[in-house]
Design a protein around this ligand. Structure first.
Ligand code: UT7
Length: 329
């Protein structure tokens, strides 16, 4: 592995909440059903003047403050998103412009809900060659603009938000202990949204999310478990070494099943899905930020990330948590 350290974290979620009671008024569902089947009570929705780039920029600015860096110090911005502001330029470029990171090289990664881990791994490789020393890794999603609000399978799940970390090249030990990924394009139609450049006569004209919920559920449990187990073996760690698992916040029942498969009791699995829903590539950095500010992280902790999303794509990462500055103290 390369040598990186995580030096800053930030997050942003929009103010507007959509509660289960709001959804009861628009689709045939109930607060009880949603809570029981997903663990979600409410999710956030962007205002008209917000998007993945504005939320990503807000999260990035907070991460810069906690890393004690200026935007001009950043060499690289990678944004993980499957809900970009537009086809191009990239959301990372748009964030560069908003925050004024003049010298940064910018691009996006689309690995759906697995995107943040993918972006982290790519940045780790780029920082390893020492041409780039400081990077912003951002997960930012505006899924409420892709959701079909008439489809009760999907509109109950997804929400908006952004999370960011600053990583820096380090000559000492690396905070990233290992990463591992998998993909299966043959099952891409289990969860997809078309785009403006889709083949004509595709199933839907607009970019709306279509999902085979039960099959996505089974794959999520299987792959989030198996990739984490594989990574533990490859890095010579055991589940007892894990201080906290921060999984992609897909569905509380998925988190519980993964925890049980990994023999992790629930208090070692971070869960903040109740108030935010599934924010795709933003969910892990938002959860990391929430874990940090609820005093769940200590210097020297080993953190296990595991994620699964459309593609199909899945991945896992192991992190040694170092102390970072808390700008709120
Ligand atoms: O981030 C990675 C990508 N996404 C995910 O990981 C999501 C994975 N999937 C899921 O979270 C779940 O499959 C859902 C929450 C989408 C659905 O839950 P489920 O327990 O898998 O329900 P189901 O689709 O098997 O449906 C069970 C029943 C059906 O009724 P019948 O046929 O038994 O009469 C559905 O029509 O529940 C019904 N149903 C609902 N009822 C009330 C489905 N959605 C709803 C709803 N409200 N929103």
């Amino acid at each position: 592995m390369g040598s990186i350290t995580i030096s800053g974290i930030g997050a942003y979620v929009p103010e507007k909440k959509i509660t289960n009671f709001d959804l009861e008024k628009t689709v045939d569902t109930s607060n009880e059903w949603i809570l029981e089947r997903t663990g979600i009570a409410e999710r956030r929705q962007v205002a008209d003047n917000e998007s993945s780039s504005t939320m990503g920029a807000a999260a990035a600015n907070e991460a810069l403050i906690s890393a004690n860096l200026l935007a001009e110090n950043i060499d690289l911005i990678i944004t993980a998103t499957c809900s970009p502001d537009g086809m191009f330029p990239s959301t990372a470029n748009r964030i560069q412009s908003i925050i004024g990171a003049k010298k940064a090289v910018c691009f996006d990664v689309n690995s759906a809900c697995n995107g943040f881990l993918t972006a982290l791994a790519i940045a780790n490789g780029l920082l390893d060659n020492k041409n780039y020393k400081k990077a912003l890794i951002i997960g930012s999603e505006t899924l409420t603009r892709l959701v079909d609000w008439q489809d009760r399978n999907t509109c109950i799940l997804f929400g908006d938000g952004a999370g960011a970390v600053v990583i820096e090249h380090s000559d000492n030990k690396s905070d990233l202990l290992g990463v591992l990924f998998g993909s299966d394009g043959t099952q891409g139609d289990l969860l997809f949204a078309t785009g403006p450049a889709s083949i004509k006569n595709s199933l839907i004209e607009d970019a709306k999310i279509i999902m085979d919920g039960p099959n996505v559920f089974k794959n999520a449990v299987n792959f989030m478990t198996s990739i984490a187990k594989e990574l533990l073996i490859k890095t010579g760690k055991s589940i007892d070494d894990i201080s906290l698992c921060i999984p992609h916040q897909a569905n509380e029942r998925i988190l519980n099943a993964v925890a049980s498969n990994l023999s992790l009791d629930k208090n070692r699995v971070f869960n903040n899905i109740k108030n935010l829903g599934n924010t795709s590539a933003a969910s892990i950095p938002i959860a990391l930020h929430a874990a940090y500010y609820s005093n769940r992280l200590k210097k020297g902790d080993t953190l296990l990330f595991t994620a699964f999303g459309a593609g199909l794509n899945w991945g896992s990462a192991l992190i040694n948590w170092n102390e970072i500055k808390n700008p709120k103290e």
